[in-house]
Design a binder for this molecule. Sequence first.
Ligand SMILES: [Mg+2]
Length: 263
Amino acid sequence: MIIRTIIFDLDDTLLWDQKSIATAFEKTCQFAASLQNVNASELEAAVREAAAELYASYHTYEFTQMIGINPFEGLWGTFDDPGEAYQAMKKIIPNYQRDAWTKGLEKVGIDNTELGLTLAARFIEERKKAPFVYKDTFSVLDKLKDEFRLVLLTNGSPSLQQTKLEITPQIAPYFDLIVVSGTFGKGKPDPSIFEHVLEETGTSAYEALMVGDNLLTDILGSSKVGIRSVWINREGKPPIPDIQPTYEIKHLTELLPILEELT
Ligand SMILES: [Mg+2]
């Protein structure tokens, strides 16, 4: 029962994506408030709402759900990836980005498409300038890298996940294998992507451990193929009935004693 391979999720497990998105919103909305009489946090709430509504209205929505690309990733990605579904997204996305901001402005009483377009572009810049990692990410990876085979298993579009790895270049070198759902064709929790990881690394399910923040993707998916899991629950999210992680932790450093116990 020795663990040989540790599979990490990327967003909100190693990278603090939520903080990056929140920071980009804050900066962009403050910029808007410097140009117009608008409350920055009200505008942020309005744009988040408008974005989620619009995103769900496109025919590409089902695909984005399957691969695991959320509305806020849609606000800064280009999706210029191979395949029909990505090319359909690539066509929609400039309008989506403009309209999400324009409709958000409308919700707070500002009718200005030009400003919507300016803010959409500003958000993309601000998101790229705001890559955050958790403070224990690198220290934990440093301790694991020589002893275990490390795999990065991330849901998302190949180009966008690649951009995230480029703006935080210290992450990728830790990993023996990086699997992006958009390249593989299906996303977590589909069992096939976990089986693919096991096959590629020559690991049995029993020798692998999945570490991730999302019960519905990371934990559910790994449990379907018999891989034990560690749910990193930093924010004290409530459990979901019937989705049972093997372990639950609040900080990545708590992974180290678990691995000692298992090996
Ligand atoms: Mg995640």
